[in-house]
Structures are given as C-alpha cells and as structure tokens.
Design a protein around this ligand. Structure first.
Ligand code: B3K
Ligand code: ZN
Length: 885
C-alpha cells in the first residue's frame, strides 16, 4: 500500500545505474511465522557513469532491516538512510561489499509478489519489481549478477528446496532442518530470481541438445497432481527441439525445472532454470482438462521456455522495453503452436482475441504504445498491447524481411546482445544490420498507440486493363498523442477472377508478374497501387493472414463475401469473409431491434454457413470456427456506441435461426462425431481437437431447438464422456438451457465428482458465471460463498468474477447498474490484499465510453466510488485515475 502519491515514471528519464552488482549471495532461513534473508552483494561503481562516488540507493519494500554492513563494517543508524522504499548507503571506494539481513513475512503475503506461501509451499514471483520485497537490491533489469542461493528450512515440511541454476550441495542440520545451495552461472537481473520450498513430487525426463549435452527435466507438483504432468513434459521437449530447429537456440544449464503452484497472479514466470507456473498452465489430462486447456499448457510451457533466450540471455534494459521480450516471445510461441497444430486455426483464434480485446484496450483510457513512454505502476503494463500487439509487430517484421531475412536478424540479435540488457531499438537495429534494411519508419509501431484504420477503394479500367487499389491510413487520437504519423503497413493480398482463382499479380512498372499473393508495403497516408494485365474486374482478397493489426475496410457486398468464403485461397481470409458477412447481417438486426421492428435475418448467412457445414472436405476445426458468430464483446468493440441489449438480442436471434434452419445438418455432424468420440480414446492432437470442436459447437446450436433428442444427447455426453472437453460443453449447454431440473442435477453431479480438483471447480464456476440466463449476478454472489470458492486465489477470482464481468455482458451491463456495483465492491476488497488482481478485474469498468449515457453515468459513479475509497494501491490508482481523466 502506498503512503505517498504514486509518481509517473518516464522513459526519457532513463539513466544507467550508478553501481553494478557482480555477485549476489543469498541465504534464506524459512520459518512458519517469518523468514530471514541474508544477502551479500559484491558491488562496484559503474564505469559508464564516470568518476565520483554518489550515494548507493538500494530498493527495498516491506523489509525489516536487522543489520547492514558496508565493506565489512557494521553500520549504525546514522550511517545510512532508510525510507519505505529505499536504503541509502555511502560507499567510500569503487569496489565494496554490502551485507544485509532482513526479516520478511511470506506467510502473510497475499499480494503474491516477492516471497509468499501458496498452500503449504514457499515460492516467489519477482517480475517486475518483487525482488525488492525480498531483500535490499538494485531491483532493475539492467543490473545483472550471478547468484548463489542457500535455502534452509524444516526437512519434514519442505523436503524439496530449489533455486535457479545448478544444485551444488545440500545436507541436514541437527535441528530437524536442512539446506540446499544452488549456483546460477548466468548473469541475470533480480526479476529472474526464484526460490521454491515444499513437499513436492516430480516427474523426470531428459533432453539431449543439438550439441549433445544432456539436460535433466523436472516438473514439480503437489503429490496429488503427479498424474497430470505428462502433457507439459511432452510440450517442453517439443519446445526445446523447436527452438533449436527454428531459431538455432540451445538450452544452457544442466537442469530445467517447472514448479506448479495454485496461487499465482498470472500464467507463469520464466525464472532462469526454474520456471514457476500457475497450476492451470501445467496440469492437464483428458479427464480433467479441456482441449483448450491442453493447448494453453503447450503454449505457456513453450512461451516460458523460449524466454530463456528471448528474455533471459538477452533481457530488457528497462521496463518500458517489456515488449522486447514479451512481444517477441509471444510471436515465437504462436509460431510454435501453429507448427504443432493447425496454423490457420491458431491464426484465427489469435486474431479474434486481438481484435476483440487489444483493439478495445487501444481505444480506451489505458491505451499505450507497444513501448510506452510513461507509467505509474509497471504491473499495469503486462497488457494485450505489449504482448499481443507486440507479437504482431514482430510478425510484420518477418513479413517484410521474409523468413530467411528475419532469421538472419534474430541470429544477429542473440549473438550481439547475449548477456546484455537491451532495448527495442537494439532489436530493430539487428534486423536492419542483418538485412541492410531501413526500419526507421517501421519503428512508429513501437511509439504510437491506437489501432490504425485502413480504408481501401478500387478502380477498374477495362480499356487499359488496369486495376488500382487506393489505401488510406489514419490512426485515431489516444490519450498520449493526437496526431499520428503514417505507419508501415504490410498488406498481403491476392486478386480473384470470376472462377475464384488467384490471378498473377504484376504492378505497373514491373517487368513480369510475381506470384499470386504478395505483400504491398503501405507507407504513406494515401497510396495507390496499380496492377496491369487485368483482363476482367477481379475481387480483392485483402490483408491475408491478417498481415497487419489494423482495421481494414473495403465495401464488399454480401454476395462477394460469400464468394470469398468459398474460394479464397487464404484460409484465414475465408474465415474473415464469413465474419464480415455475419457482422453485416448482425448489425442490420441490431438496427431493427433498436427501431422496435421485427427481426428478419438475411438468409444468405444461413445459406453460407449451410454450405460450409455440408462440405465434408473442410477441416472440421475451420468449420467450427466459421460457425462461431462474432462474439458480443467483438460486436461491442466495433460499435460506436454499443447497445448491449440489441447486440445480445440480434446474436441470440441469429443463433436460434441458424439452429432451426440447419438442424438436420448439425445433428448429422454431431452424431457422427460423438460416435467417433465414443470409439476413440482421448488424444491431445489437432485433428482430435478439430473433431471435438465441431461436435461441441454443433451441440450448442442444437440445444436451442429444445428437442428431447438433443437434451438426451447432451445428457448422454455429460454422463458418458471420458474427457473434460465433451463433459464441460455438455454441462455448459445444460446450464444455458431452460431445462432447470437437468441443469441443477448436472451441476450437482459435477461438483460432487470434482470437488477435490480446484482447476475443474474453476470451470464449474466459470460456466455458471458466463450463463446468459437471467439472475446471473445473484448466482455469482451465491457462488462466492461456495466452499470451493476463495477470494484469495486468483484463479477463483478470474473464474467467477472475471467470467461474469468479461463474458456475461448482458448481465454485467444490467441497466440498474447492479453488475457495476458488484464489480466495484470487489475491486475495493481486492485492492486491500492483492492490488495486481484488483487492477486487472477493473478493466471492464474502464470501457465506460462505449455505452449509452445512462450506463456511462453508472460506470463512472462506480469508478469514482473506488477512487474515493481510501488507500488505493498504485495499481488501482493508475487505472482509475486514467479512466476518469
Ligand atoms: N514474464 C511473466 C510475466 C510477469 C508479470 C509480472 N506482473 C510471464 C510471461 O510473460 O512469460
Ligand atoms: Zn512472457
């Protein structure tokens, strides 16, 4: 909790550290009612900062200082200055040691930052600025040191003692306690420090690297979860191989460990050699984890592993550069997932997520550039913009430089900066130098916030046989900047002839045609590209693969979109055409609803989706994606003013119409797939994910028919499935149905069967929190008193509160403001013990500008109530004050 007004920190004020730390030696004595941390730092003046010996200002928060020595001399109270956040010493020579002992309280640390307890185990989370809650230190990423760590704890309760690097010794003490020492030979900033002590079991495997070194792989979990680690282990080995093959990056220590903990603020953390994971991103087996959960485990394991190079070996100079490691690593994990599963489906999922959530962030009060210029609380900047848009920026680089050029650039980046803390500019410079490219203008993607718009118009000249596309780019004002300069926007496109075949593309001035799909680089506010030798007016397929994170508009007719859905050679754009068609149709219905007219659905949507459903040659996952209507959240994002009632009504009406019109085809596909499921043991692989996703979306439509045979099918799937993917969908369709008795029974059976599995109970909470049936808020409030619920556990908060406020829009936005009041009350409560989670849960209220004036007033009133409630954490303070600015 802050004691002074939080301050804004600016990138332009960056200065290199005054002092460096060459070696860090830590000893932890862990007890039940406190812990002691002894640190010895071998320090020296930073030669880059010139002569003189300025004061040494160490970061430290919530530490009880027991003793401090400088250059081996005990210091008295007048020899140093101590504040809530700093310890200031006065070195008398260029090189010196600092020894401190502090007392801390992991056992009461509910913020889950620094050293804390999750259940019976000790664990840490130091990124971004948690290490200062462990000991006095230069807690900034450009101070890199080697670490030796000794952990001492009671043998019986904490048989496993872990830290970064390689184990170098351990043994018993005569007081029932034992010790272990770890040495990490790689220089690292403090945010990558980790420690774990607990009663853990591990699954062990090994990996032989490209150069033939054997690495021990261990996944540590609480004993009851030992049967749920194999998928994560397989994912780890695949990731290690992939990073060698695709980026030439090998692992560097003798051991790589993952530890699963139940109480964790985010997904996982890439601490050197000792990744600590939210158990939801490690544990997966058929009976208890869905296909989506399996894929998330694979992606997060890969992401954290990839950080070993993009993050740890080469790290960030300061936290403004966060996307240097996060954007790049998200891009790496996305490509890994695409290679392991269906590339097109992965792209569709990522783009749908980006456009719904990152675009909303970019249009809201917290909008910031991929490399922000300022922040109050860095924890608030682990955002969709830094991660997802950051990844899109790296993807655009690859598109512009080509695969080989991009690899040359990444090789140079890793080679040049290994062991350093660097900037986004350094990353771009490596890409430039390796390719002889000039990326000066491209860098605007790092400094300008907001989602660019790209308006495209066409002109066909039959006489000259030329086809011109004019592209106009603009970018809306964001809180940081009003005027934006043009971006470099790579637009991949093709031109389809009347048969739907891509024609050969030749731009005016080119000697010969070059391919049927190509990338235009749009660099000016308005630019026209003219294609020659175009015999008949073509239909453009624009922004293939979503080649840039922009809002593109082109005046397609619905018939043209149907044509693209069937013929576009780019799978992503086939899906995209379907989405655009659905958006047009839904927006028409939204208007009808607002004007009090009867809703009339454009039957072309039914025809188009019926065609997709009937085509048995199509990848089933693609069929499932195409049958998924744009979400309410996406329809909200693209509305000027979102009428949530109209959006909900229009979308539900369309789902009902589709269910009625396509019943037979849906039923046939459902039955065929369910029969196959019954005969096939669960396999976590793309074609099986595909089959189950089509089966499950079919069931969710079919259920709208209310027919007894569908209810029977849902109950059969609920009772008899051997995997959570099918069982949970069956539960969800029952919960969203009017069959009260069956619903209650299924919820009861499910809770009874899985009451001892917290991750499964999270799903049970989410399904209910997300149900659009009336009375949702009352249900959510009641569930908060359920014995399996716990407000101190972030997964539970996300499962219940996050699902309600983020996914159940019709209920969260109830016109009486009850949803807003509930969320604000919760944020106020969470602010008291876990500021990071409080600030995250606040996001839906920050979007108040999207809604009608009555709702705006209600949402703002709640934000003001939070602001006035007393001691706000810097996390919540920043979001609330920016939202009300
Ligand atoms: N680097 C961590 C995120 C840390 C968040 C700190 N508030 C996980 C990741 O992106 O891999
Ligand atoms: Zn990351």
């Amino acid at each position: 909790m802050r004691t002074e007004q939080p301050k804004m920190i600016y990138l332009k004020d960056y200065q290199a550290p005054e002092y460096l730390i060459d070696e860090t030696h830590l000893t932890f004595e862990l007890f039940e009612d406190h812990s002691l941390v002894h640190a010895q730092l071998l320090m020296r003046r930073n030669p880059a900062r010139g002569a003189g010996l300025p004061p040494l200002v160490l970061d430290g928060q919530q530490l009880e200082l027991l003793s401090v020595k400088l250059a081996d001399q005990d210091l008295g109270a007048t020899d140093y200055q101590l504040s809530d956040s700093h310890l200031t010493l006065h070195p008398a020579s260029e090189r010196f040691t600092v020894d401190t002992s502090v007392r801390i309280h992991p056992e009461t640390n509910t913020a889950l930052e620094g050293l804390y307890k999750s259940g019976g185990m000790f664990c840490t989370q130091c990124e971004a600025e948690g290490f200062r809650k462990i000991t006095y230190y230069l807690d900034r990423p450009d101070v890199m040191s080697v670490f030796t760590t000794t952990v001492i704890a009671e043998q019986h309760r904490y048989p496993v003692l872990l830290s970064n690097g390689n184990p170098v010794g351990n043994g018993p003490q005569d007081d029932g306690r034992h010790w272990a020492t770890w040495e990490d030979p790689f220089m690292k900033p403090a945010y990558l420090f980790a420690l774990v002590a607990g009663d853990l079991w591990c699954v062990e495997d090994s990996f032989s690297t490209l150069s033939g070194r054997d690495v021990a792989l261990r996944i540590y979990v609480e004993p009851e979860n030992i049967d749920k680690c194999q998928h994560a282990m397989n994912s780890l080995k695949k990731s290690m191989r992939w990073d060698e093959e695709v980026y030439g990056r090998e692992y560097d220590l003798d051991i790589f460990m993952i530890v699963a903990v139940n109480d964790f603020n985010m997904g996982a953390m890439e601490n050197k050699g000792l990744n600590i994971f939210n158990s939801s991103c490690v544990l997966a087996r058929a009976e208890t984890a869905t296909d989506a959960a399996h894929q998330r485990v694979e992606a997060v394991v890969a992401h954290e592993y990839f950080h070993n190079w993009s993050g740890n070996r080469v790290t960030c100079r300061d936290w403004f550069q966060l996307s240097l490691k996060e954007g790049f690593t998200v891009f790496r994990d996305a490509e890994f997932s695409a290679d392991m599963n269906s590339r097109t489906v992965k792209r569709i999922e990522d783009v749908a997520y980006l456009r719904t959530h990152q675009f909303a962030e970019d249009a809201g009060p917290m909008a910031h550039a991929v490399r922000p210029d300022s922040f109050i609380e860095i924890s608030n900047f682990y955002t969709l913009t830094v991660y997802e848009k950051g990844s899109e920026v790296v993807r655009m680089l690859r598109t512009l430089l080509g695969e080989a050029g991009f690899r040359k650039g990444s090789d140079l980046y890793f080679e040049r900066h290994d062991g350093q803390a660097v900037t986004c500019d350094d990353f771009i410079k490596a890409m430039e130098d390796a390719n002889g490219a000039d990326l000066t203008q491209f860098k605007r993607w790092y400094s300008q916030a907001g989602t660019p718009r790209l308006e495209v118009s066409e002109h066909y000249d039959a006489a000259a046989q030329t086809y011109s596309l004019t592209l106009r780019q603009s970018c809306p004002a964001t809180p940081d900047k009003v005027e934006k300069l043009p971006f470099v926007i790579p637009v991949e496109l093709g031109l389809l002839d009347a048969q739907g075949t891509d024609i050969a593309l030749r731009l005016a001035g080119e000697a010969a045609a070059g391919g049927t799909s190509r990338v235009l680089s749009v660099t000016e506010a308005e630019q026209t590209f003219t294609f020659v030798d175009v015999a008949l007016q073509p239909l453009p397929s624009l922004l293939r693969g979503f080649s840039a994170p922009v809002k593109l508009s082109f005046p397609y007719s619905r018939d043209q979109l149907m044509f693209l859905m069937q013929h576009d050679s780019d799978g992503f754009n086939r899906w995209e055409a379907g989405q655009q068609l659905a958006v047009q149709v839904l927006q028409e219905l939204i208007v009808q609803h607002r004007q009090g007219q009867a809703l009339v659905l454009d039957q072309r949507l039914v025809t188009a989706l019926g065609t997709v459903l009937a085509d048995e040659r199509l990848d089933q996952a693609m069929v499932a994606e195409m049958l998924s209507l744009p979400s309410e959240a996406y329809l909200t994002e693209i509305s000027e003013v979102a009428d949530i009632d109209a959006i909900h009504a229009a979308r539900e009406f369309t789902r009902q119409q589709l269910a009625d019109s396509l019943f037979d085809a849906l039923w046939a596909r459902y039955q065929a797939n369910r029969e196959l499921s019954k005969r096939t043991p669960y396999i976590a692989a793309a074609e099986h994910f595909a089959r189950r996703s089509l089966q499950n979306i079919a069931l969710s439509y079919l259920m709208l028919s209310g027919k007894p045979q569908v209810l029977a099918a849902a109950l059969e799937q609920f009772d008899a499935s051997d995997n959570m993917t099918e069982r949970l969908t069956a539960l969800a369709v029952l919960v969203n149905s009017p069959f009260a008795e069956e619903k209650a029974k299924a919820l009861g059976v499910f809770a009874e069967n899985f009451k001892d599995n917290p991750l499964v109970m999270d799903q049970w909470f989410s399904v209910q929190a997300g149900s659009s049936q009336p009375g949702a808020l009352e249900r959510v409030k009641a569930l908060m008193s359920h014995p399996a619920f716990n407000l101190k556990n972030p997964n539970k908060v996300r499962a219940l509160v996050g699902a309600f406020a983020g996914q159940n829009l019709i209920n969260f936005h109830a016109a009486d403001g009850s949803g807003y009041r509930f969320l604000a009350d919760l944020v106020i409560q969470l602010n008291g013990f876990n500021p990071q989670i409080a600030s995250r849960q606040l996001a839906p209220l920050t979007r108040w500008r999207k809604y009608d004036s009555a709702r705006q007033a209600l949402m703002k009133a709640e934000l003001e109530r939070i602001r006035a409630c007393g001691e706000l954490s810097s996390d919540v303070f920043e979001v609330v004050s920016k939202s009300l600015a």
